[in-house]
Design a binder for this molecule. Structure first.
Ligand code: URA
Length: 437
């Protein structure tokens, strides 16, 4: 099958972008469609992506590019559920277990939350990897069953099917191996094409900023958030973004089963203050977007409604909410080399240590260990004597412990002066809404 419309010379399109020009709409539609169908080779698309890294895209060009990525596959219709649809997407951070709490929480307030997730790559964990630590839980769901669960339970976390934005699937894999991930238009279109295709009517973006995030710089994070909010709005999805701090891990755990346990504590009204605060802030935004702001998410955590929703959600996908979570065969403790105040626990190093312990994957096809990860026993602002326990390292494979211990030791800065750059538990730095508001 050939791509629709006129056929373009890909070398001409690469030259236009290389020289800072704007592609005509018909050329964008053709390029994305032809690439998704395997009619444009990877080397040409890689050259085009590199030209975008250097030259960027005009706002209307980016909207068209994103719409073409959505049109490369199926766009789900989630109308008629009897509940308004709203989702959250995070750009990824260390210890970010928010989705596990947020999906049943917002569902308990009356919304339908279709969270179609992916698996993690590198030092930030993926939501599906975390959920798969629950014995029996299955990530794949036929569309009909997903709709039924959204109507009945209100929340679904499952794997996105291959026919949602297939052009992005191919392009993201290519960008990953050609040094072309770090481009605001390419990141924004990649994330938003998948989210628009999943069929939600409203969306809250959690754009993480800091050493453990994709965007280490606040002004770049703001630019990404603005681009994504613009694309969502243009695609008919009411979209708001929060910029949240990710210099230090969220909560006290990084690793699949360890994070599930912490999410469950939060669902039961406890858990770390920062996990609860970020979750409640995002829930308030989601509920406001769909007119359900009469529901107080903090109350739904405290009175058991969110936890009930979690149990139903897990059981609906064959998980056992009462089963014990996997436990690592080897646990070692990192201790403080000197006494003093914990001035910093650097997010990226904690994420890399968890990954080295087996919690994350280096390549898309690798398996992950459900039990591996890091539990922080001291966090920023704590005063510790020399020799005090700072963190536990959990691994199934003891060979992994030595390197991860060195990485984790470097994450801690202990000194006499108070913590540097601490943002407090709520972590919300900025709120970005569409320009028309
Ligand atoms: N996540 C995505 O889905 N795409 C990107 O380009 C970056 C992060």
């Amino acid at each position: 099958m050939t791509a629709p419309g006129p056929t373009f010379d890909v070398v001409d399109l690469i030259r236009v972008k290389r020289d800072g020009g704007r592609l005509p709409d018909a050329a964008i539609d053709w390029l994305i469609s032809a690439y998704a169908r395997g009619q444009v080779p990877d080397e040409q698309m890689a050259a085009f992506a590199m030209a975008v890294v250097w030259r960027g895209m005009a706002p209307d060009e980016l909207s068209r590019w994103t719409a073409a990525m959505v049109a490369s596959g199926r766009r789900l219709d989630l109308g008629g559920l009897g509940r308004p649809t709203v989702d959250k997407h995070s750009t990824g951070g260390v210890g970010d277990k928010v989705s596990l709490v947020l999906v049943p929480l917002v569902a308990a307030c009356g919304a339908a939350v279709p969270q179609l997730s992916g698996r993690g790559l590198g030092h930030t964990g993926g939501t599906l990897d975390k959920m798969e630590a629950i014995p029996g839980w299955r990530a794949t769901l036929p569309l009909g069953r997903m709709r039924d669960l959204l109507a009945e339970v209100g929340g679904v976390i499952c794997a996105a099917s291959d026919d949602l934005a297939p052009a992005d699937r191919r392009l993201y894999a290519l960008r990953d191996v050609t040094g072309t991930v770090e481009s605001i238009p390419l990141i924004a279109s990649s994330i938003m094409s998948k989210t628009i295709a999943e069929g939600t009517s409203a969306l809250v973006l959690d754009v993480k900023v800091g050493s453990g995030a994709f965007m280490t710089d606040r002004s770049r994070a703001r630019e990404l958030a603005r681009a994504m909010v613009g694309l969502g709005t243009a695609g008919g999805v009411r979209t708001v973004a929060l910029l949240t701090a990710m210099d230090t891990p969220l909560g006290r755990t990084a690793g699949n089963a360890l994070e599930v346990a912490e999410a469950v504590e939060t669902l039961r009204g406890g858990g770390p203050a920062d996990v609860r605060a970020v979750t409640v802030a995002l829930a308030r935004e989601m509920l406001a977007l769909v007119g359900l702001d009469g529901c107080d998410p903090a109350a739904a955590l405290d009175d058991g409604r969110a936890y009930d929703g979690w149990r139903r959600m897990v059981a609906a996908q064959d998980g056992d909410p009462d089963a014990s979570l996997p436990v690592a065969r080897h646990v070692e403790t990192l201790t403080a080399p000197t006494g003093g105040l914990v001035r910093r626990v650097e997010a990226r190093a904690v994420g890399v240590a968890a990954w080295q312990l087996g919690a994350g994957r280096g390549r898309q096809q690798d398996a992950v260990s459900a039990a591996a990860g890091v539990r922080l026993l001291a966090v920023e602002g704590d005063r510790v004597p020399a020799g005090a326990p700072l963190a536990e390292l959990h691994a199934d494979d003891p060979v992994r412990l030595a390197r991860a211990t060195r990485t984790l030791a470097a994450a801690f800065e202990i000194g006499a002066a108070p913590p540097v750059g601490s943002t407090g538990p709520d972590r919300v730095l900025e709120r970005i809404t569409s320009a028309e508001e």
